[in-house]
Write a protein that binds this ligand. Structure first.
Ligand SMILES: Cc1cc2nc3c(=O)[nH]c(=O)nc-3n(C[C@H](O)[C@H](O)[C@H](O)COP(=O)(O)OP(=O)(O)OC[C@H]3O[C@@H](n4cnc5c(N)ncnc54)[C@H](O)[C@@H]3O)c2cc1C
Length: 290
């Protein structure tokens, strides 16, 4: 659903200009350095792109799923790595807290995810648990006011950059399926948590995945999402709709980009780039928060 087409079109126009004038020209640098230029991340933060889906009361733009899909399609006119760095904050890295989090958890983490101060990451997959995610073996054992976490996660997007992880771990050791899995908010500085070297992938330069290892990591019991055990898998699956809406952008990119390349090769893309308006990001933020 698009709630206010006029206001929303301002956001899309702004994004379109940002992609054309800032992201596409930075693509070669992204490929060469395997890193999104920090200045671009700063601009993305300023424009509110890390909080597209986070409710307005927590500092986000509170977009609907349709609105998010359309913004994703604009973002993905440039390399998907640019969308991906904010993608976890807008999807699986925040929506578990948005949907199931306690008031304290929402107040503590959502504003920092919305502003992009914290990069969120979602840790479900393991070396032995991929498609069958409910069979995961990472354990979380209650010990007083904490849970002690042991296990390894694999292919975790944005792990090298993450300030906070949504972790899926088994709290009921007797269970064999998803019913015994709980979700935790785990801060990067947690003792016993280490992030491996970024994986070497065939593509997606600038978007990083890595292993995340938990070795007797002590996570406060207050950080179990929803305040109780067994909500993990439900939390993992419910943001899937958000992932699909973001995926709309990735899916559109290939034909769109091929077309642009063909145009470029034919020499018909000789437009002069207009100077970027300095304050367009904050204008959009202000309009959308009205
Ligand atoms: C770039 C990238 C980023 C990722 N980011 C994250 C992340 O941020 N967080 C996270 O938790 N995970 C992440 N993942 C992991 C991803 O979710 C898993 O790769 C995915 O769930 C598949 O698991 P797997 O790789 O172990 O493959 P497997 O589950 O081993 O599957 C291998 C193949 O077997 C097929 N298959 C599996 N089971 C069946 C079945 N029962 N019947 C028929 N066919 C079957 C699959 O379709 C697939 O083709 C990422 C992966 C990649 C590549």
């Amino acid at each position: 659903m698009i709630r206010d087409p006029e206001t929303f079109n301002i956001l899309l126009d702004t994004l379109r200009r940002f992609v054309r004038e800032r992201l596409i020209p930075a693509e070669q640098q992204l490929v060469d350095s395997d890193e999104i230029p920090p200045a671009i991340i700063a601009e993305m933060r300023e424009m509110g792109l890390f909080g597209l889906t986070i409710p307005v009361e927590y500092g986000g733009l509170g977009l609907t799923t349709e609105e998010e899909a359309l913004t994703s399609m604009e973002m993905c006119r440039a390399s998907p790595a640019f969308r991906s760095i904010a993608g976890t904050n807008n999807g699986i890295g925040s929506q578990g807290i948005v949907i199931d989090g306690t008031d304290e958890q929402k107040k503590k983490y959502l504003p920092r995810l919305a502003s992009g101060e914290l990069i969120g990451s979602f840790a479900l997959t393991e070396p032995g648990a991929g498609s069958d995610a409910g069979s995961l073996t990472t354990s979380a054992r209650r010990d007083g006011d904490h849970y002690v976490v042991n296990g390894a996660k694999r292919f975790i997007t944005n792990a090298p950059e993450a300030g906070v992880f949504t972790l899926m771990a088994r709290t009921d050791p007797q269970s064999k399926d998803a019913s015994g899995v709980s979700a935790f908010i785990v801060e990067r500085a947690t003792p016993g948590l280490t992030v491996g070297k970024p994986d070497r992938k065939m593509g997606q330069r600038g978007s990083h995945t890595a292993d995340v290892i938990f070795d007797n990591a002590r996570v406060p019991a207050a950080n179990i999402i929803g305040g109780k055990e067994g909500m993990g898998f439900k939390t993992a699956i419910r943001p899937a709709g958000r992932r699909v809406s973001a995926g709309a952008g990735d899916a559109r990119r290939l034909p769109d980009r091929d077309f642009r390349r063909a145009q470029h090769d034919a020499g018909s893309r000789a437009q002069t780039r207009q100077r970027r308006e300095r304050d367009y990001g904050s204008v959009v933020l202000q309009v959308l928060r009205l």
